[in-house]
Write a protein that binds this ligand. Structure first.
Ligand SMILES: Cc1cc2nc3c(=O)[nH]c(=O)nc-3n(C[C@H](O)[C@H](O)[C@H](O)COP(=O)(O)OP(=O)(O)OC[C@H]3O[C@@H](n4cnc5c(N)ncnc54)[C@H](O)[C@@H]3O)c2cc1C
Length: 441
């Protein structure tokens, strides 16, 4: 007998966790994750989560999102995200998430590039950790949810009626076939495919590769955001992000000659392009970021994590400009979905960074991704609930158990599949930012 669940969720980032918590308590739910429970990009989010301030802010927030997305956004998705934002924040607070408040208990807001107003809620400079660890605590309290770590989804099980489960592999590459009435992919982005990325190394676009192998529709895989400011380092591993909110609080970018060269609060792609131009002009691998206008105590209070990390790397943010360089950060494209998380395969849903409902257009506005992950996870659950009663218990036929390449070869083939698709869609972007990923080995 194969194990059977009502819903399987692949991924324990913000999108996966919120999906699990929104499902009714009498659904039998399995969450799987490739690594440790906390090892998700959601956990790393520093800056914050956007929220509509009031009805008066609607047009401004809408325009900021569209402008960052180069007007290519799906306007319906943007509308839904913005109008759902306050409710989502209230739910997070009810789950126990703490955002910064003033002495009277009123929520405080910060600002990041591309935002015309201070509308970003935050928790020090570790907002992702605060949200994700709180959601993990709540998930662990739920008896209907089983969590399996170090369990990697390697394929879907599907027949003509749609998706009916997943194939998983453990660390020794032992396979297991697990059935479910619905499957939710929440496997995050593709940063692990790049040499320079802010993402965890194990986040390698697995959901996308699996979708491609199964003929599921994708959209704009070449819409990839390069974050302008990561701490320059020659070490292996992921790049440490210097959050946009540091620039939001007045930090300035300086070139080799210590001159300012750009408005630091323009959208990410514009700032990244300006940095790249300066680096090319001076043949340098980095530019500088200076926050010297803030007192040491203020920096240590507002950005404790960033301050500490820079000190560990030998830089005192309060005393000197630090070297920063652009790195891969976020995927705007992904598995094509409706505004309810439905993919082109019935009973398969995609939420969070792996999904693309067009909300970010060609470029994501800062602090919209945590929000988007939660808003559309909630909607996917509503859709799952609507269809649940009509779906028969899934059955696995012996002939449906495919053979798979060994782990290493499978990963290599999947990586090539994704990078080839990016190259096909945009050769210039590929040559500029992905070529080093392709050369890696
Ligand atoms: C350094 C950094 C800072 C950021 N700051 C912000 C910010 O301030 N505000 C904001 O809104 N956004 C921010 N983002 C972006 C945001 O955190 C993510 O885009 C968003 O949280 C994505 O959530 P997710 O749940 O879709 O994916 P993730 O949080 O990346 O989770 C993916 C999950 O899928 C699992 N997984 C992957 N492949 C498999 C597989 N094959 N089988 C099983 N499990 C698998 C992973 O282990 C992980 O649990 C930041 C991102 C980074 C990297």
């Amino acid at each position: 007998m194969n194990e059977t669940y009502d819903v399987i969720i692949a991924g324990t980032g913000a999108a996966g966790l919120f999906t699990a918590l929104q499902l009714p308590g009498d659904y039998k739910v399995l969450m799987i994750t490739k690594d440790e429970l906390e090892k998700s990009d959601s956990y790393l989010a520093q800056g914050g989560i956007s929220c509509l301030l009031s009805e008066k802010d609607y047009d401004g927030y809408f325009e900021d999102t569209m402008k960052a997305g180069r007007q290519e956004n799906n306007t319906e998705s943007v509308r839904i995200m913005i109008q759902s934002s306050r409710q989502i924040i209230d739910e997070l607070i009810a789950y126990g998430v703490e955002f910064e408040r003033d002495e009277d208990g009123k929520l405080l807001y910060t600002r990041e590039g591309g935002h015309s107003r201070y509308r970003i809620l935050y928790h020090q400079d570790v907002t992702g950790k605060e949200i994700t660890s709180t959601l993990i605590e709540r998930v662990k309290e739920r008896e209907n949810i089983t969590i399996r770590t170090f369990t990697t989804m390697i394929d879907l099980i599907a027949d003509e009626a749609g998706c009916k489960g997943v194939v998983v592999a453990d660390r020794e590459d032992h396979k297991e076939w697990i059935l479910a009435k619905s499957v939710v992919m929440a496997t995050g982005g593709i940063g692990g495919l790049f040499v320079h990325s802010t993402n965890f190394r194990h986040i390698t676009g697995d959901g996308l590769a699996i979708a491609m192998r199964n003929g599921i529709e994708l959209e704009n895989l070449h819409y990839i955001q390069i974050h302008p400011t990561t701490l320059y380092s020659q070490k292996e591993g992921r790049r440490f992000l210097i959050s946009e909110s540091v620039r939001g609080e007045g930090a300035v970018l300086l070139n080799e000659k210590k001159q300012r060269f750009v408005n630091e609060l323009l959208p990410r792609d514009v700032v990244t392009a300006a940095i790249k131009d300066e680096m090319d002009k001076y043949g340098s691998d980095f530019v500088y970021l200076s926050i010297k206008h803030m007192a040491k105590e203020e920096i240590a209070h507002r950005f404790p994590n960033i301050y500490k990390k820079c000190l560990e790397e030998g830089y005192d943010l309060a005393a000197e400009p630090i070297p920063v360089t652009p790195a891969q950060h976020y995927l705007m494209g992904g598995i094509r979905t409706s505004v309810n998380g439905e993919t082109s395969m019935p009973r398969l849903y995609a939420v969070g960074e792996v999904a693309c409902n067009g909300v970010h257009g060609a470029n994501r506005l800062a602090s919209n991704s945590l929000l988007e992950s939660l808003v559309f996870a909630k909607r996917a659950v509503q859709m799952i609930q609507k269809q649940w009663a009509c779906i028969p218990a899934p059955v696995l036929l012996e002939e449906e158990k495919k053979q798979y390449l060994p782990n290493r070869e499978r990963k290599e083939a999947d990586r090539k599949r994704i990078l080839d698709e990016i190259k096909r869609k945009d050769g210039t972007f590929y040559a500029k930012w992905c070529d080093n990923a392709a050369k890696r080995g």
